[in-house]
Design a binder for this molecule. Sequence first.
Ligand code: BJW
Ligand code: ZN
Length: 251
Amino acid sequence: MNSEVLFANTVERLQASRHVVIFTGAGISAESGIATFRDHLTGLWSRYDQQQLATSAAFVRDPGLVWGWYSWRRKLVGKAQPNDAHLAVVKLTQCLPRVTVITQNVDDLHERAGCKEVIHLHGNLASARCFECNRPYLGSLPVSTEPDGARQEPPYCSHCDGRIRPDVVWFGETLPEEGMMRAFAAACDCDVLLSIGTSGSVYPAARIPKLATEQGAWAVHINIEPTEASSDKVLVGPASLWLPRLAEALV
Ligand code: BJW
Ligand code: ZN
């Protein structure tokens, strides 16, 4: 469907909506300067080996490498600012009757833009927990001042002396149960879903737009390019273009 026609139809659907799900991926933060994962040349997984950095086996093998890499990414997120797309999401939460914001991102740019409630399916760089006993780590978290890839030893748990790990979801790990339940319930209940800046290639999160479609919702993808997961309803272009346009059309 042509993007302008789809835009007009989506505004109508949003105006009549009862419950909207906003489901975001790395693309929404790309314009804040945070690298995506799978974009050619610029994606993290084009420069770094996910098996060496984003699995529990990698952490066991080389905790300093993994902890150092996440400290570096924490620093980049700390320096980044929410962009117009994050701000438009907040406007949508304010002008629609009910909105559930679900993100796969480990940054806090939705919150810093002013979103009150965000379901983080893949965790958050701003927190950490014990690798052994899972208790939250209450100490301050380092940001690496070193160039990317520099090793940094993780702190130890004050309860069991296990190593502290980033509170993110690595490959092969289960997603936070409560967040998953709420996200899947929202996908089944919503009448409109906006899927923004995600390749839709990582499961089980990628099930969310599909589930909404199967339940009869109007699911629209906003992406700089159509993806395998994006069906025929794609607003092609940056999130910082389409989301402010949608928000402006609704106020
Ligand atoms: C723009 C833009 C702009 C750019 N505007 N758009 C079923 C089938 C196949 C495999 C599996 C399956 N079930 C489970 C699996 C295995 C695995 C998986 O899905 N693998 C696939 C990659 C094949 N899943 C898991 O392991 C999950 N766990 C699990 O299932 O547990 C149960 C289980 C256990 C054991 C065995 C089996 C099952 C856990 C997944 C955890 C993902 N973790 C990461 C890292 C988080 C920590 C960190 O940040 O380091 O999460 S991976 C990474 O991918 C990150 C992201 O949240 C996630 C999704 O990426 P996203 O957001 O879509 O980014 P990109 O880069 O892919 O896409 C960006 C998009 O933006 C692009 O399309 C651009 O075009 C677009 N864009 N600029 C708009 N300005
Ligand atoms: Zn512990």
